[in-house]
Design a protein around this ligand. Sequence first.
Ligand code: SF4
Length: 292
Amino acid sequence: MVSVTELHLCYLCPRLLFHHRRQNMGKSGVEHIGSRSGYLQGTILHEILEEVHTDLSGKGDNELHAALIEALLSSPDTREVQFHSLVLNHYVLKKKQKIKTSGVFPLQDALRIWEKQLFSCVDRELEHKDTSNKPNIIQIFQSSKQTLICDFESKKRLKIRGEPDAVFFDSVEKEYVIWEFKGMKDVHKERVLMQVALYAWLLKKTLGISSRATIFVFENENPIWHCDLDEINTKKEEIGKLFEMYCLVLDAVADGDGSTLPHTKDRSVCVQCPISCVSFPLTLSHLSHQDE
Ligand code: SF4
């Protein structure tokens, strides 16, 4: 089974994936090479949002599901306070032992950004729906824990698996909206775009529905990146080549020789990479990218 995370790593650098598979470099560290972290504790934020989205979708705690939906459908005057206190009391506070003092305000800011986006999704749906009919709203929250599996036939048969951070169903456009949360500070749009394009490819193959995406880069000055259907579809055109490259890496791993695999296209990644296979001189601009 091939994960979207591994494919994404292959997109970042085929050689890095080769070394990762040979040496088992550890998943979480390696996928963040080339990205800077700030004060936001991304893992904790992911855990909180995963729990809330699971409950929103009705696949988690029934009482919390009912309370969250009720808060979302309450009057605009009280909704924000009601919803925010539910998230704080039932999801955030139980993680308080793990939250660093320096991480409190960034977490609070990230949750506000996420809530604002959530409310705008619900409002958009309510504009076209009967507000007294709760199932109409509940259906927009797809389970964030859904695992999508699909085969790709090439020289090799790849079974691909992916778990998006959150998925909405937009009943107006009849398409999915993939939400991807990034707790890192310095995130490259091109790379995340490939990750969401892979999820979109899986959703289309498994459920037959097209997707657009919203990428949350919580510590960025501009924290919300919307990717429309065209942007996602253009990126999806590169997926076939990525799968071919992944197969080449598998062959190289089996042969124990990664010397013919291409280097990363983004040389600034090499500055942080523990594999010193780089065979080109790094310029000051590559280094300064990391110090911005
Ligand atoms: S040093 Fe650069 S080219 Fe080599 S594995 Fe790391 S990122 Fe890839």
